[in-house]
Write a new protein. Structure first.
Length: 507
């Protein structure tokens, strides 16, 4: 049987923006990043950082290479090693290009490495063919055993054993990096779930793999199924007990579902819905290292709220939220950004956003949305800044938003053309005026429109009453009898309709 190889990173990159932005300077802590995630999420995030930040590329790839050896994902092991070769592997490329790796075969070290101890110390990890063969053989034997156990369970018709067999197969495929096969196995377990908790476990497994595959419609579909299951079942029935541990398990499941829904809504650019989902998460039960960290929840929720919430919603749902405040404590800079925005200190707020941007651009789920979210936050700030005034100086607005007068004029022009802001710009005097709306004319226009609507409805009611008075009903023609153009039925219907119209006009 052939080794199970897969290219999950390619699947992970399918939905990303085409333009790849390179970050040259970033204060991202790779150790903290690596420890915040587990499983494939750690590998995908480290490889994303390696692809976007050249200064951190070698360290990120080395961390990913070390972690992938704890799995059976031979395909990803080869891919990471190949990326290390292409990146230079710590002076190896500079010394002699992509030289054959002879260390694993017991060959002599390269002349450049022997002549330069520093280069030898920084040499890349070798491609361990023995590890590849061992993991491939182990994965094949385990797959055969799990497949045999599942067949035996089906012969014995034991639902619980069949369900566990599908889950075990899904776990094995996931460990080997075969995401499509893992998704199939987890989905097949649905027919053998005998309790509500089993259904929730199945949904969470499918959601996790669907997130890795970035199949967001699938994620939202199974989140809805899981939430419907938990809503229709009380806590005691759901987890089979009444202890505090049971309630904690339920809270953890709910938090995972809200985080998964928020991530899918963020990916599909439904930012306000994403903000609502992330803001409903509970820090005490946020244990989802396979997908997200609490820091991600804070940043995703905070930025989406800034971009879409009104001033009142921001105060009520973010600043006064006891649960989300705990998340904000994990990112003090974001907390300060939200407070400065609410206090209308836009210059300081935008400066802090710029300082945080490089770190956000290295997040695999947020990078493609940073530009859009930042633009929405800035536009919302402009609208809120101008809303209390009838006129404002472009120079003062430019100072408040860290831009030039010309840049501010262009931004306001775009907002006016999009209908976001009702204003006029005096380019000569560099003043923006609120659009004067004649309330009297608008009120008369709306009154006339409503009057016309009432007249139309009244005519419809009169016509309906006339038709009922004439006992006229419109029935579809019979399939067997097709009336000719001069038939009596058609002439009778026409006459009745004419009488009804005359009655309605006379009324």
């Amino acid at each position: 049987m052939e080794a199970m190889l897969v290219d999950p990173v390619q699947e992970e990159n399918d939905n990303q923006e085409e333009e790849t932005i390179i970050i040259e300077n970033s204060n991202l802590d790779l150790d903290s990043l690596s420890s915040s995630y587990s499983g494939l999420s750690r590998l995908f995030r480290l490889m994303f950082v390696a692809g976007r930040c050249p200064p951190l590329r070698d360290d990120a790839l080395r961390m990913a290479f070390a972690h992938v050896q704890t799995t059976c994902n031979v395909g990803l092991y080869n891919k990471i090693h190949q990326k290390l070769l292409l990146s230079g592997g710590g002076n190896n490329a500079a010394a002699g290009g992509n030289l054959p790796d002879v260390a694993a075969a017991g060959g002599e070290p390269a002349p450049a490495a022997a002549a330069c101890p520093a280069a030898a110390a920084a040499v890349m990890p070798v491609l361990d063919m023995q590890w590849i063969e061992s993991k491939t053989k182990k994965a094949t034997l385990k797959l055969e055993k799990l497949d045999t156990d599942l067949k035996n369970s089906k012969v014995n018709s034991i639902k619980e054993s069949i369900r566990r067999g599908h889950d075990d197969l899904g776990d094995h495929y996931l460990d080997c990096g075969e995401l499509s096969n893992a998704l199939k196995c987890y989905s097949r377990a649905r027919d053998y779930c005998t309790s509500h908790m089993h259904i929730l476990e199945m949904c969470l497994n499918v959601i996790k793999v669907s997130i890795y595959l970035q199949n967001w419609s699938h994620v939202l579909s199974y989140v809805s199924k899981a939430q419907a299951t938990s809503e229709n079942t009380d806590t005691k029935t759901l987890v089979g007990g009444s202890s505090s541990t049971s309630r904690e398990q339920t809270a953890v499941v709910q938090t995972k579902l809200t985080c998964a829904a928020g991530l899918a809504q963020l990916a599909t650019r439904k930012y306000k819905a994403a903000a609502k989902s992330f803001l409903s998460a509970q820090l005490d039960w946020c244990d989802y290292s396979e997908v997200l960290s609490p820091w991600n929840v804070a940043v995703y929720g905070g930025l989406c709220a800034l971009a879409t919430y009104s001033r009142q919603e921001l105060h009520k749902n973010v600043l006064m939220s006891s649960s989300f405040k705990q998340f904000l404590e994990m990112e003090p800079m974001l907390r300060d950004i939200i407070f400065k925005f609410y206090e209308s200190k836009y210059a300081h707020c935008l400066k802090l956003l710029d300082d945080l941007k490089d770190v956000l651009m290295l997040d695999m789920y947020l990078a493609s949305h940073v530009k859009t979210l930042y633009s929405k936050i800035r536009n919302r700030g402009l609208v809120q800044y101008f809303s209390p005034y009838k006129s404002a100086s472009l120079e003062r607005m430019a100072t408040s938003f860290n831009t030039t007068v010309g840049g501010m004029e262009d931004e306001l022009t775009a907002l006016i053309l999009e209908g976001v802001m009702q204003a006029r710009i005096d380019s000569h005097n560099k003043i923006v005026y609120a659009a004067c709306v004649e309330e009297r004319s608008v009120t008369f226009e709306r009154t006339l429109q409503m009057g016309q609507q009432h007249i139309d409805r009244l005519h419809m009611l009169i016509l309906r009453a006339a038709l009922m008075k004439q006992q006229m009903q419109v029935k579809p023609p019979s399939r067997d009898v097709v009336a000719g153009p001069g038939s009596s039925s058609s002439s009778t219907s026409a006459a009745a309709a004419a009488d009804a119209m005359n009655d309605s006009q006379s009324v």
